[in-house]
Design a protein around this ligand. Sequence first.
Ligand SMILES: O=C(O)CCC(=O)C(=O)O
Ligand SMILES: [Fe+2]
Length: 319
Amino acid sequence: MDSVSLHPLSDYIQLPVIDFSDQCLTPGTSKWDKVKTDVRKALEDYGCFEAFFDKVSVELDKSVFEAMEELFDLPTQTKERNVSSKPYHGYLSQDIYESFGIDDANLAEKVNEFTQQLWPDHGNKRISETMHGISEKLAELDVMVRRMIMESFGIEKYIDEHLDSTNYLFRMMKYTPPRPHEEKKLGLPSHTDKNIMTILHQYQVEGLEIQNKDKKWFKVKPSHQNSFIVMVGDSMCAFLNGRLASTYHRVLVTAKKTRYSTALFSTPKTGVILDSPEELIDEEHPRVFKPFEFNDYRDFYNTEAGFAAQSTLHAFCAL
Ligand SMILES: O=C(O)CCC(=O)C(=O)O
Ligand SMILES: [Fe+2]
């Protein structure tokens, strides 16, 4: 982990805010095309944007927050029962950072399996419904954004195949506040997400920071409670032949309050080979990456070389 003392306190950035709350936001409408243009521009400029999305109601948001408090309050031994066959998909704990993971969180039975890991007798219906509820809604947002991105690059004919080749991981994060004598603490070091797209949400306590094109760090402060930060991951970057870059981000905690956040990651399914459609490769845009399988990429990230690389994606598969 890089040393916190190297990080001066960052300024705030106002990311583009894009409104996804319109019930009539459907493909083919002029409203859709306008939002699509904004999404493409924001992702070219920042690799991320703030989505205003009121399909996640204030009540649901509150239930997710309360459920997280309850989950993280469980004894460590219980929390460690959240395991997954995939590395880094289960319960993790390192220094001030702790997190749970739910594979295929948009499917009710998979979320039930998660609560059954923690409460083997009868699961936890309330928490299952809450976590499934938010994952389902955020998956809708993810699908809209990916559809817009693909349309904007003229590769809409691959949308169904692309959507079929991915699944969702939902993670819940807790960051313990720095001790009284500490000004700040790095909760997550600088990284790009390895998956396709990520939708992040922080609960009241800030800490998420992103790097802009000039490599300067900025604190992200969403402008609404119903805001979600939508980010390009390395797999989307590779799929688009590098036409959108993934965003470097980190969590630097300065507040004296516990920070909770959630993330929905759209992720390539096991066995799927990530390759750019031929429409995105021409003389002006030569092929940037070799095709790859996502698990191989994640395994590479877990090696010393992969973790140390300035860009894991380039180190792994750049031509
Ligand atoms: O907690 C956050 O806001 C960010 C989490 C994150 O970047 C990640 O889990 O990859
Ligand atoms: Fe991340």
